[in-house]
Design a protein around this ligand. Structure first.
Ligand SMILES: [Zn+2]
Length: 155
């Protein structure tokens, strides 16, 4: 068993924690998850002022338009901020020995302030740093068939 504080990279999505129900999403979130199913990172973009926004919302916070499209972005970005979690906040985290794990906010290259909350894989917690270049990847959590998660790896 890995002791708390032991360093090891995440190599995949967390297992056994709640995931989005793709059948119950509001219309304005579907494009993001449908894109992920095809391994494409699609971000909601206002059809009027062309500003990207994430998390998805029904109305543009800049111009109040309710028209939008789902634009494929490069998946390139950098770590804006992160935390390393060393205490289990869900039973599955402890039962499946998934500590430590990280939660990272990634600044995408398309627009200043366009950020996505995710995990960074394949790098030890002590080696993650703010400004670290990263690239999107897509993985299916163990035991899941229908949800594909956008995660990031060092670029
Ligand atoms: Zn707008």
């Amino acid at each position: 068993m890995t002791e708390p504080g032991h360093t090891r990279p995440m190599t995949g999505p967390l297992e056994g924690i709640p995931l989005p129900d793709l059948e119950a999403l509001p219309d304005y979130e579907e494009g993001f998850w449908q894109g992920a199913l095809s391994h494409v990172l699609r971000i909601q973009q206002c059809a009027e002022c062309l500003v990207f926004r994430h998390l998805p919302t029904p109305m543009c916070p800049h111009c109040h338009s309710t028209s939008y499209s789902w634009t494929a972005v490069s998946g390139q970005g950098e770590v804006y901020s992160f935390v390393v979690v060393r205490h289990p906040v869900h039973l599955a985290i402890r039962e499946k020995n998934q500590l430590p794990y990280n939660i990272a906010v990634i600044q995408l290259e398309e627009q200043d302030g366009l950020r996505i909350c995710t995990n960074v894989l394949n790098v030890a917690p002590e080696e993650i740093f703010i400004g670290m270049p990263v690239q999107v990847t897509f993985m299916v959590p163990a035991g899941q068939q229908e949800v594909v998660l956008p995660l990031f790896v060092p670029a």
